[in-house]
Design a protein around this ligand. Structure first.
Ligand code: GLN
Length: 234
């Protein structure tokens, strides 16, 4: 199987780190800034940064609607930190009118760890990810406040018990920044999710008002309450 090609939304944030991590995890990786650059990618990474800025810039660069539609129609996506917020169906503590791509049935609270612990590192236990804890870097990080029945919880922060890594079907999100540490397990999982979706009819960026390959890549709905682990995902 050929290596999948994964785009990194390159409007703001730690784009080079994600490009490098994806290549180390076995994928081809390209920055994506314009709507036409969404054509031909097999998956999309939404990096950390600032979710309000990512929202505004993606609207300004005309990638907001095409990306939202592609994600809704089954394009695999992985969001870290602000990218997690961008994949949430609901945001707590957002700015008025703040929009997200959505796709994961969860409420994500921005800056959930408060000012005192603006940034910190902590070991995360990954569901099914082997015995070794994952060193996770949190920078003004969000956390999942509520997750729907189809959302698989992959990781929690031990000190607070907050949910910080989730998967729902073709979508993966972490409150931390796996691109900033050498452990490649999260990017490897995403590359495997993208590879599993290869060979299906490829979604295309839609013309305005037209659904993007509607349903073409949609995955079979999972049973409510079904929990997925890293192992099952592999
Ligand atoms: N606090 C930021 C936000 O609300 C996220 C921080 C980050 O991505 N490092 O978007």
């Amino acid at each position: 199987m050929t290596a999948p090609l994964i785009g990194v939304l390159a409007l703001q944030g730690d784009v080079p780190e994600h490009l490098r991590a994806l290549r180390e995890a076995g994928a081809g990786a390209v920055p994506v800034r314009r709507p036409e650059e969404l054509d031909g990618i097999d998956g999309l990474v939404i990096p950390g940064g600032e979710s309000t800025t990512l929202w505004r810039l993606s609207v300004a660069f005309d990638v907001f609607e095409p990306a939202r539609k592609l994600i809704a129609s089954g394009l695999p996506a992985f969001g870290s930190c602000a990218g997690m917020i961008m994949l949430a169906d609901r945001v707590a503590d957002g700015v008025p009118g703040q929009q997200t791509f959505g796709g994961i049935d969860m409420t994500v609270r921005r800056n959930a760890f408060g000012r005192q612990v603006d940034s910190f590192e902590a070991d995360i236990a990954l569901a099914g990810g082997g015995d070794a804890p994952l060193r996770a870097v949190f920078i003004r990080a969000p956390a999942v406040e509520r997750a729907g029945p189809d959302v698989a919880v992959l990781g929690t922060e031990r000190r607070t018990g907050r949910i910080v890594a989730v998967r729902q079907g073709h979508l993966l999100a972490t409150a931390f920044h796996p691109e900033l540490t050498p452990d490649r397990r999260v990017h490897e999982l995403f590359v495997q999710m993208v590879s599993a979706g290869q060979g299906r009819p490829r979604a295309r960026a839609a013309e305005p008002g037209q659904a993007a390959g509607a349903g073409a890549r949609r995955e079979a709905p999972r049973e409510p309450g079904q929990r997925e682990t890293f192992e099952q995902a592999r």
